[in-house]
Design a protein around this ligand. Structure first.
Ligand code: FAD
Ligand code: 2HG
Ligand code: ZN
Length: 451
């Protein structure tokens, strides 16, 4: 197999040395560690197809990997003996932006590269989050990622016009050329979105770009006395600010961790929670000031109009994830609940965790507009982890929520997918998997437990 892989992609792109494989064998958080026979870095769709044919013939499992910033253990070869990690990082070509504002990007292009490319053509890319310099657009589509602009532009699925992917057999599906409107049968590109490397390897994606946000913008970090106040503030902001471009929520514990990285306290007093609002458009700072003066629930607020000050306020949100990792190796969940269930979930989550792991630290933050909470837990004893995760996910399912709102199921949550997906849905998913990857070689153990 190794010799065939070398002849397919070149010796310098088949990494078998343990030191060279190491970074691909552990996830961003350090929680998920595994081993692979080789990291293979094809440079074209044809080379991806050749690699998959070789692996299919030899019965070798394949773990697709983009920027390896995924947070559910789906991008690393854990519990998959003899696997090949197929890195997409060399598939980073960017075609010119077309007249309709779509662009075909290699799956290995980073978010930041697509953002720059779009900007140079007078457009913007609707996806953005803190891992922008490493996360790839292939990974974003594979996980149906969300981020900081979902309120305005939707998740990865909303940016996807079509995809090119190689199936486990080596067959290539290509829907990246031609018209943007298409009603011919099954939406295979849409099916690949959120498939987490279990149905095919995305090689190129055609993305719908968006108009750039107006340069005139304002950001506020608002201290609120709880989540009911935060949701009331959001409702008022949505009505008052047509240019609303972000609404994020940071709990007190999350802010306290970010401050440990050296950020100054943003407000005079501490608050149970903080809401970050951004609005864009002419008069943004005046409009945001006026909206906050009228809105309910504003305890205290700091506002910023110029770019450097806005970036300073964004750090209180974007530094939370690095700050958590600086404090330990967290358990990460990315749940969502119906909007009216958010305050109760916020209250119940810490108690649910402490009942099973009294010494645990629960850090809550997330995307307020979608009621999408990042439940990060530190200092949970290893033998309590499954019970704690299950309790949180059951609470969410009981509230009518989703066990993953943006990071995907991965290995971390595969055994609990049935909490929020019906038996009929699971059977349909397994049928699709069996049809496209009958030998179960693509990302075994991810998404569908036992796949
Ligand atoms: P990887 O981590 O390499 O892979 C993720 C999954 O996709 C794996 O299952 C992998 O097998 C599969 N995959 C990757 N590329 C392909 C491909 N070409 N074809 C088929 N399958 C593929 N996520 C959010 O949604 N919103 C956020 O706000 C957010 N913020 C983050 C902030 C930080 C600091 C970090 C570290 C992560 C954050 N993430 C966020 C998670 C992560 O960036 C996303 O899940 C992202 O989409 C992963 O992209 P990647 O290229 O790193 O993929
Ligand atoms: C974010 O919204 C990311 O910042 C990461 O989705 C969340 O660290 C996390 O749990
Ligand atoms: Zn998030």
């Amino acid at each position: 197999v190794d010799a065939a892989l070398v002849s397919a992609v070149g010796a310098e792109h088949v990494l078998t040395d343990p030191d060279l494989r190491a970074a691909a064998e552990v996830d961003w958080t350090g929680r998920w560690r595994g081993a692979c026979r080789a990291v293979v870095r094809p440079g074209s769709t044809e080379e991806v197809a050749a690699v998959l044919r070789i692996c299919a013939d030899a019965g070798v499992p394949v773990v697709p990997q983009g920027g390896n910033t995924g947070l559910v253990g789906g991008s690393v070869p854990v519990g998959v003996p003899g696997a090949v990690v197929l890195s997409t990082r060399r598939l980073d070509a960017l075609a010119p932006v077309d007249a309709t504002g779509t662009v075909v990007a290699g799956a290995g292009a980073t978010l930041a590269a697509v953002q720059r490319h779009a900007r140079a053509a007078g457009w913007a890319f609707g996806l953005d989050w803190a891992a922008r310099d490493s996360a790839t657009v292939g990974g974003a589509v594979a996980t149906n990622a969300g981020g900081l602009r979902v309120l305005r532009w939707g998740p990865a699925r909303a940016q996807l016009v079509g995809a090119e992917a190689v199936l486990a057999s080596g067959a290539v599906l290509s829907r990246v050329d031609g018209p943007v409107k298409d009603s011919t049968g099954y939406d295979l590109s849409g099916l690949l979105c959120g498939s987490e490397g279990t149905l095919g390897v995305l090689t190129r994606v055609r993305l719908r770009l968006v108009p750039p946000l107006p340069a005139e913008r304002a950001v506020a970090l608002v201290g609120v006395d709880g989540v009911p106040a935060a949701t009331g503030l959001l409702a008022a902001a949505r009505r008052a600010l047509p240019g609303l471009a972000a609404a994020e929520l940071v709990g007190a514990a999350a802010l306290a961790l970010a401050l440990r990285l050296g950020l100054p306290a943003p407000l005079d007093a501490e608050w149970p929670a903080y809401v970050l609002l951004e609005t864009a458009g002419a008069g943004a700072l005046d409009d945001l000031t006026a909206a906050l003066a009228e809105a309910p629930g504003v305890g205290d607020a700091v506002l910023a109009g110029d770019a450097a000050d806005r970036a300073r306020l964004w750090r209180y949100r974007e530094e939370v994830t690095p700050a958590i990792s600086a404090a330990g190796v967290p358990i990460k969940l990315d749940i969502s609940v119906p909007a009216d269930a958010l305050p109760a979930a916020w209250e119940a989550l810490p108690a649910t965790v402490s009942a099973l792991a009294p010494g645990a630290q629960v850090v809550l933050f997330g995307h307020l507009a979608e009621s999408n909470l990042h439940v990060n837990m530190l200092s949970v004893p290893a033998d309590r982890e499954p019970a704690v995760v299950e309790a949180v996910l059951r609470l969410v399912a009981g509230a009518g929520g989703s066990i993953s709102a943006e990071h995907g199921i991965g290995r971390a949550k595969a055994r609990w997918l049935g909490l929020t997906r019906s038996a009929a849905e699971l059977a349909a998913m397994r049928a699709v998997k069996a049809a496209l990857d009958p030998a179960g070689l693509l990302n075994p153990g991810v998404l569908l437990a036992g796949s």
